[in-house]
Write a protein of this length. Sequence first.
Length: 174
Amino acid sequence: MNCETLLDQISARCDTFRADLIAAAHTLRDFTRRLDQIILQLHKDLAVRDDTFAEQFNQYCQELRQKLDETEPFWTQTRNQARTYKDADWTGDLTLAAKGLNSRAKTLSRACDEFTTAYDAFCRSYNGFTAAKLNVWLLTSCQNDAASLTGKILFLAREIAKKTERNRGPHVYG
């Protein structure tokens, strides 16, 4: 595998991970809305109509954990692979692709921020809720792992962009 192939793979997986985080954030916002309804119904001493909430939420957390567990080995292997290349291997002709990867990593970081925001909103609603046994600890683990992995990907993208920029040569300005 050469640097160009690695850049293409990283970019594609970055987009996939971003899409997964956006979907996870959207689903979590929906769970927050449902939890708010349940809390309101309990506060008003009404019968809770959403009887599948806990089961669906716990299933969501397990699926999210599974996706993250499947994603992690690729990124670990990729970061290790990128470190095996010498700085000179990241040639100047890869600068545009490296900048594109850097841009994708930034949008991934924004998607992770949206997921973190949805997580924080859910935790505010969940605080003190004991009517159902929810695997919030698993959601917390997923959020921490996603934020950590996103930071590592962003760092990798920046490092690759720096290396390719350095190898562009002194005659190129811009």
